[in-house]
Design a protein around this ligand. Structure first.
Ligand code: TXA
Ligand code: MG
Length: 323
């Protein structure tokens, strides 16, 4: 069921059930992070590999001390700038966090989502919420309650509807496990913004299809094949790629302009006015729309590799990787 009743969501979560929640990035599939049985349901519903840990969602950084978690100085600085917001912090785990949440590793990921309804929900609860994106494992993340309902509606008792996600790609993940903080995933907060506050960080290792596979993740969160589209997706320039004969079955994703080659209804322009944030916000719904079409090929343009454009390119790259 889809609804907007925070009390219903709070009751279900308190009773160990799984509920989909809105955040500013994407919808999450949430359960009581301190209840291992409830957390196990998340893995089952998503069909998520047991080695892939979950992010803990809380409403205020002051809660971390209550759970025995220590905040490094540079993280403290980022917290005051970007939380609540689309930034996830990886820090050493404490005993309060069940091993199932961290997939047996000794680090935990935490974030403070910037969404009014979910902040209110978190304030009502006596526990934080473990929540991965609310999609079957390997699939594109949902940015509306309807997206969640289409794939997981039968398996969860409630989807808390908070409208369209405003950021549209997942949070940036930064690790504080080593002296120099390291970006593990590009997302809603840009590297440029982070470096303005804490100085140089390690950029995440560049992904390559052969180097990293689902069977051989270099680290949690580094699964190369992800965001799978139903039809083959390649990244390139529509003007230079050799196109298949039947152009009715070719679609494209472009940043700001239409082309003269493909039927107009097969062209998805993410931001007519050149705005990368708008492009990011629309990306995942467009990937879902493309799944509904009868296509042989999707050609995605490379986006400017700055700011949130890095997150867009990362998701497109992962969508382009097939087995
Ligand atoms: O924006 C987001 O982060 C969304 C919303 C719902 O908050 N959540 C999300 O969760 O994207 P998920 O599970 O789809 O992606 C979380 C990523 C995974 O790739 C996981 O491997 C990584 O975070 N992660 C979680 N715990 C970690 C840890 N302890 N160390 C390193 N990576 C971790
Ligand atoms: Mg996910």
């Amino acid at each position: 069921m889809i609804g907007t009743d925070i009390d219903i969501a709070a009751n279900l979560l308190t009773n160990g059930q799984v509920v989909a929640i809105p955040t500013e990035t994407v919808y999450g599939l949430a359960a009581n992070a301190f209840n291992a049985n409830a957390v196990a349901k998340i893995y089952a519903i998503k069909n998520r590999p047991a080695f892939n840990p979950l992010i803990i969602h809380a409403h205020h950084p002051k809660q971390l001390a209550d759970w025995g978690l220590q905040v490094p100085t540079k993280m403290e600085m980022l917290l005051s700038h970007f939380s609540p917001g689309p930034l996830t912090y990886v820090i050493p785990k404490s005993n309060a966090i069940p091993d199932l949440v961290t997939a047996g590793t000794n680090a935990v990921a935490v974030r403070f989502p910037n969404h009014a309804i979910t902040l209110k929900l978190l304030q009502q609860l006596e526990f934080p919420l473990a929540a991965p994106s609310a999609n079957p494992s390997g699939f594109v993340s949902p940015t509306t309650a309807q997206h969640v309902n289409q794939q997981l509606g039968q398996q969860i008792p409630y989807i808390l509807d908070g409208g369209n996600c405003s950021v549209g790609v997942e949070s940036t993940i930064i690790s504080f496990l080593n002296p120099v903080p390291e970006i593990l995933r590009y997302g809603g907060v840009t590297i440029e913004e982070i470096e303005t506050v804490i100085g140089k960080v390690l950029d995440k290792p560049k992904l390559s299809g052969t180097q990293i596979t689902t069977d051989n993740p270099v680290a949690p969160g580094q699964l190369a094949k992800h965001y799978a589209t139903k039809h083959p997706l390649i990244i390139g320039n529509i003007n230079t790629i050799t196109l298949p004969k039947n152009l009715n079955k070719v679609a494209c994703i472009s940043f700001n302009a239409y082309n003269h080659l493909l039927p107009i209804e097969n062209q998805f322009v993410l931001s007519g006015n050149n705005n990368l944030a708008e492009a990011a916000q629309k990306l995942f719904s467009v990937l879902r729309q493309l799944n509904e079409m009868d296509l042989d090929l999707i050609i995605a343009e490379q986006f400017p590799d700055i700011g949130i454009g890095k997150a867009i390119n990362d998701r497109l790259y992962r969508a382009s990787i097939k087995n």
